[in-house]
Every structure is written in structure tokens, then in C-alpha cells.
Design a protein around this ligand. Structure first.
Ligand code: ZN
Ligand code: ZN
Length: 675
């Protein structure tokens, strides 16, 4: 995409600006209303320069009064040289000087405006544009009616874009979907919204003087270069990381809404105080454990960051200042604001009812005109959450977002989305709830961390939900830098089933011998007799089919099936399992979370496998004993060895049970064994 690059002389010197419609800039900068900001001179530089290069000039190039009496040739030579030196440092394919020369044609460098030479209405460029527009049949070009229409258009687009970050193609799709009037004038409207600082115009891929190439949509630095038909460059960079959401290029226009935190009261500052605990408990039907945790989360949200200890405040401050000092951008706009967010972790055991715990938090933010996002890594969880949220917040506008969902452009107060959808937002939400935090591939995928941080308003807050928080967060808790509440008990008030250990040879071995270990078989028979639904977890997909066969030979009367991430029938099989039409389901960690089956027993075979860490073992064990009717459930760790990860998992489960007992959250009967 091309854009117009022009130079503008203000009282302090020359700056560079970009434009989608030069008429708007001329009217804007030459208006008497601008006073000190008013342009003394404006010079058109190029209308065929690739967007990325124009933005380099706009953000990093400044000139003093020396340039006042430059000839077009001097302008051309100076900018070419500056751009060449700049881009050569980053572009791996050794850009040719001639390529830069060709995008700044000498005949385009012309004086657009000089404040000594007349009125806005007499600007030759405007006069010729009026003529053009009249020929095209546009009504009242540059008249007051036209100006009003442009103003309304800019306001409409800025409002539509609130909290969004979209590539030009998505932006146009959204305008079409929202049926914006006079959509063909979008460049004109957008330019005014840009000049009034309601919208930000960026490139998909930016060249930062320190960080090098960076995708401004997903934060990635992994680039590829190709010859580009769109901008004509021989090596236009594009981002490989977020490719599946449409190509983000060096020359792609990225439009972002502008958010100013300091100009408003946050929904948190207007939450009713005092918080009525009993009211919350009855309204949302929460257990004591749920109520206590959710209330402390609410207190935290209201109480701002003052709960952090001084050490944490200092490290946050140091991080923020070092981050800011790295921004060598004359406009000083930090692209993400992740150092300002409040964060709270709800560490809730499997089956604690964490979704219900978020209801009071969501409710209080929505009631105070805030926007809430609930993000989760998986599409099936989004689909499962959506109806529950819709039921709890029936009068709220809600958008459900995943790849290919129809709500894509819908404006909503409550958004339920898969993590990848966050890339289309910027400073959009007051409260961001990240469900299944440890399942976010954050550490392998910094893109999602980047997107999550950007979509939360700089004065907004994060609430993390997890049964098995990642080590980094557990360390933060120990250091006292992360506010949190533990929910050690399940909603039904029974302790978590503690895994039992069975020693047995590997699954591979059993398959070779076509024989199950006696100890395992005995347990399985017990589960079958007690009419349980049986989860059998294995470490690898390759084992599933043969194990199903082997199990079938022992239990010919039972319906046994296997499923994995590669199984298109997975959802259906889970349904049949839930309906007890399948009694034994052999699977992998793909079903370790998000699936709740009443009356189930859990068998983890090869539990000593390196593919199962403590978190994963806790999650799988968490499938058992979920229902009120059968709260005990059976969990078996079957393996040759007793590993440190198994030990950690059992220790974590026992610890939660002890805390729950101490706090009086358990309905203990004499036979309840929590050790
Ligand atoms: Zn390009
Ligand atoms: Zn990207």
C-alpha cells in the first residue's frame, strides 16, 4: 500500500507526516484555528513511497530550518540518503539505492502551501482536487456540508474501532459489516480521525531502531522477505508468526484505536464498597471457598496496586522505566503497556467451579460500564462457556469469537474468545480473565502474551484462572509479587481424590505380550463393577488403538473407544462417553482438562513418562470425583517408576486437601481420607 508522505514546517522545524487524503491535511494544518500549530509551509514528498518507509520518515526524521530554502533536488537527495542508510541496516536482501530513488520522483516534490501566499481555499492542490471531485460527481466538495459529513464519518469510524487493532483489509470488512455510510470515502474519514488522534496509523511490520523488525499485530520478530506487488519493493518484510490471520506486511496499513487512560474513572473505582459477601454468595450460588476467593479478588481490583509490597513496586517501576527508555520514538507512545496492569491469580483446584467464581467479578465491571474479556486457549471451551455466560448475563451484549465465528465485528460488553482472536484488539478491556492460564502456550508462544497484554487497557486488570499455575507464577507468589487466592476445595465440599500408585511394566510391554498387568486388571474390574466411566490416559497417540483392542479382549461386553487430537470424531466420542454409551475411553492429555464426566475413574498409564509433568498429572487426576453424586472417584498412577513429577502432583493434591480441611471447607465424614 502507498500513502502520501509530506513535510511540514512548524515553528520549531520540519516534521514529516503521512496521509491517506492530502486534502484533509491541507485543510487541517492551514486552518487559522491551529494557531501555533499551524503550518508555515507544506511540501509534498511522494505518493508512491511504500507505507513502511513513509512511516520511518514520519517517526524518526526531523529537520531544522536548514531545509527552508532547499530545492526539490536537495529534498530528494537528503531523504533518499537517510532512508537508504536506515533500511540497509535491517533489510537482509541488500536494498539497492536505485529502488529508493524510484519511490521519490523529483516531479512529485512540490510546495503545497506557504502561509505567506494566500488562503486555504486558494491552495492549487485543493483547487485541482475540487475539480476532480466535481468530475466524479461528489456533492459539495470542500463545502461546509462536506466538512460536516467528513467529521461525522471520522467520528463513526473512531467509535467503531474502539479497542480494535485491524489490518486495512479487516478494517474494510468491518466497515462493510457495520454498513458505514459513504464507505468509499473511508480514506478521507480515516485521515481526519488520525489527525484528531482518535486513530493510529501504523504498518503491519515496523522497523524499530533497537528491536529491528517487529510485527505490530503479534509482536513477533520472525520475518520473511518477498518481492511485493502491493508496494513494489523487491524485499517487503512480512510476519510469519501471525500469517494465518492474514498477511501482516511492512507495507500493510494497521489501524489502531487510541486509548487515553488518565482521562476517565475506571470501573474498578466505581465498584460499590463495602462488598456484601452474603449477597454475592446467595446471588451467584457460591460455596464458602468460592465466595472467599472471589471477594478477595474484588477487593484487590478495587484496591489498585497498593497491595503490592514495596519490593514489587520497585521492580515494576524499574521495568517500566527501562522499557520506556528503549522507546526511541519521538511520539513517545509505548506500544504495549504491560507494566501497568493489576494481576490476580485465582488458584482453584479442578472442580472448584472457577467459572462461577468469575461471575461476581464480571458483573461488577459490567455494572460500571466496563468491558470484559474471557479468553481461553481452546475453541471447544469457548463454545462450552458461551451459553453459561449468556445465561448469567442475559441482558449484556456478548460476542463469541473463534476462527470463523460470525460475531467477528460485533461490539459487545462481554467477549468470550480464543487467544488468537486477541490479536485484533488493542486497549479494549477493563478486565481480562485468562482461563486455564497454564494451558496458554505463553512460554513457547510470546505472541499470545503480547496480544493479551495489548488488549487489556493500561489501567485494566488481569485475573488468571488455573488449577496448576506455571512455575513462574508460583515463584511470583512466593516472592510476594502476585496477588492471589487459593480455592482448595471443590464446590461440592469433598476432598480431591488422592492418586493411588500401581506398579506395572510399560504399556508397550503389555501390548507386546498382549497381557495387562494383574494389578491394573484388578483395579479396572473394580471400576467396571462400580459402574464407573473409565478414563485411560496414555502418553502417546500411537498406543491408543492397540490398547483399545487389548482392553476389549478383557472386557468384551463393554463399549471401549479411543480418541486423540487427530480424531475428527472426538467431540462425538466424548458425548457418547458422557452418555455412558462408551464405558472406557482411551485418550491422551488432549482430554486432561475441560471435560467433566460424572461417575468417572481415572487411570494414567506410564505415569512416569517424561511427557507427563506434575501439572498435567494433576489435571488428569482432576477428572475424577467431579459430581456431587460420586465425589470420591478413583485415580490410579500406573507405572514402572515413581517419578518426581508424580510425587509433586500427589503432594499438591494433598496440600490443597489439607488447606481445605483447615479452613473448614470440607464436609468430612469419618471415612474421608485426605492424607
Ligand atoms: Zn509491500
Ligand atoms: Zn505478526
Amino acid at each position: 500500500m502507498h500513502i502520501v508522505l509530506y513535510a511540514i514546517r512548524k515553528s520549531k522545524g520540519w516534521l514529516f507526516e503521512i496521509s491517506l487524503d492530502l486534502c484533509i491535511d491541507l485543510i487541517w494544518w492551514t486552518s487559522e484555528k491551529r494557531r501555533d500549530e499551524r503550518a508555515q509551509q507544506m511540501i509534498c514528498i511522494s505518493s508512491v513511497i511504500p507505507l513502511g518507509w513513509a512511516i520511518q520518515c514520519q517517526q524518526y526524521l526531523e529537520l531544522d530550518h536548514r531545509a527552508d530554502c532547499w530545492s526539490p533536488t536537495e529534498w530528494k537527495q537528503y531523504i533518499e540518503k537517510w532512508l537508504y542508510n536506515r533500511i540497509r541496516n535491517y533489510n537482509h536482501s541488500h536494498i539497492q539505492y536505485s529502488e529508493i530513488q524510484s519511490v521519490i520522483p523529483i516531479e512529485q516534490i512540490q510546495l503545497l502551501w506557504d502561509d505567506k501566499l494566500g488562503k486555504t481555499e486558494d491552495i492549487p492542490f485543493l483547487l485541482s482536487t475540487i475539480e476532480e471531485k466535481q468530475n466524479e460527481g461528489t456533492q459539495y466538495p470542500l463545502s461546509s456540508t462536506w466538512k460536516k459529513q467528513v467529521m461525522l464519518g471520522a467520528i463513526t469510524l473512531a467509535k467503531m474501532m474502539t479497542g480494535r487493532s485491524l489490518l486495512a483489509t479487516e478494517y474494510i470488512m468491518m466497515m462493510t459489516d457495520q454498513q458505514v455510510d459513504n464507505i468509499q470515502e473511508w480514506k478521507t474519514y480515516t485521515q481526519l480521525a488520525y489527525l484528531t488522534q482518535s486513530l493510529r496509523l501504523l504498518t503491519g511490520v515496523h522497523i524499530d531502531p533497537i528491536l529491528g523488525y517487529q510485527c505490530q499485530r503479534c509482536g513477533s520478530h520472525t520475518m520473511n522477505h518477498t518481492p511485493c506487488a502491493s508496494c513494489g519493493s523487491s524485499a517487503c518484510a512480512y510476519c510469519e508468526t501471525c500469517l494465518n490471520l492474514g498477511r501482516s506486511r511492512e507495507c500493510t496499513l494497521l489501524i489502531q484505536s487510541v486509548y487515553v487512560a488518565s482521562s476517565r474513572t475506571t470501573p474498578f473505582s466505581t465498584i460499590d464498597i463495602p462488598i456484601h459477601t452474603e449477597h454475592i454468595q446467595t446471588k451467584w450460588g457460591l460455596s464458602d471457598a468460592q465466595t472467599e476467593a472471589t471477594t478477595s479478588a474484588l477487593h484487590f481490583l478495587i484496591g489498585s496496586a497498593n497491595r503490592l509490597n514495596p519490593k514489587a513496586m520497585l521492580s515494576k517501576y524499574l521495568f517500566a522505566t527501562s522499557f520506556l527508555s528503549r522507546i526511541n520514538n519521538k511520539k513517545q507512545i509505548p506500544r504495549t503497556s504491560y507494566f501497568t496492569h493489576k494481576r490476580f491469580l485465582l488458584w482453584a483446584v479442578t472442580g472448584a467451579g472457577k467459572t462461577e467464581m468469575t461471575f461476581p467479578l464480571i458483573d461488577s465491571v459490567l455494572k460500571n460500564a466496563g468491558k470484559v474479556l474471557v479468553a481461553t486457549p481452546r475453541r471447544d471451551v469457548v463454545l462450552e462457556l458461551a451459553p453459561r455466560m449468556a445465561k448469567a448475563f442475559s441482558t449484556t451484549t456478548m460476542a463469541v469469537l473463534y476462527g470463523g465465528s460470525e460475531d467477528r465485528w460485533q461490539e459487545a460488553d462481554l467477549t468470550i474468545a480464543t487467544t488468537h482472536q486477541l490479536l485484533r484488539f488493542s486497549q479494549a478491556f477493563d478486565l481480562v480473565i485468562l482461563d486455564e492460564l497454564d494451558a496458554f502456550p505463553f512460554h513457547n508462544d510470546p505472541m499470545l502474551a503480547y496480544a493479551a497484554n495489548r488488549c487489556c487497557k493500561s489501567d485494566g486488570a488481569f485475573v488468571y484462572l488455573s488449577a496448576t499455575p506455571p512455575t513462574a507464577l508460583q515463584k511470583e507468589i512466593k516472592r510476594g509479587t502476585l496477588a492471589h487466592a487459593k480455592v482448595p476445595a471443590r464446590f461440592h465440599g469433598h476432598p480431591l481424590p488422592v492418586p493411588k500408585y500401581i506398579s506395572m511394566p510399560t504399556v508397550n510391554n503389555a501390548l507386546k505380550k498382549k497381557q495387562l498387568a494383574h494389578t491394573l486388571l484388578k483395579q479396572l474390574r473394580y471400576s467396571v463393577t462400580r459402574q464407573a466411566q473409565i478414563f485411560v490416559f496414555v502418553s502417546r497417540i500411537a498406543l491408543i488403538e492397540s490398547l483399545v483392542e487389548l482392553l476389549q479382549s478383557y472386557f468384551p461386553q463393554l463399549s471401549i473407544a479411543g480418541t486423540s487430537s487427530q480424531d475428527v470424531e472426538r467431540a462425538n466420542k466424548v458425548l457418547l462417553f458422557r452418555e455412558q454409551q462408551i464405558r472406557i475411553l482411551v485418550t491422551t492429555t488432549i482430554l486432561e482438562r475441560g471435560v467433566t464426566i460424572p461417575y468417572s475413574d481415572v487411570y494414567i498409564l506410564d505415569a512416569d513418562s517424561g511427557l507427563f509433568d506434575a501439572a498435567s498429572l494433576v489435571q488428569m487426576a482432576g477428572r475424577a470425583g467431579r459430581s456431587k453424586e460420586d465425589p470420591k472417584g478413583l485415580v490410579i498412577f500406573a507405572s514402572k517408576q515413581w517419578t518426581i513429577e508424580q510425587k509433586k502432583a500427589v503432594a499438591q493434591i494433598k496440600l490443597m486437601n489439607r488447606i481445605a480441611k483447615r479452613k473448614g471447607y470440607l464436609h468430612l465424614s469419618k471415612s474421608t481420607d485426605i492424607r
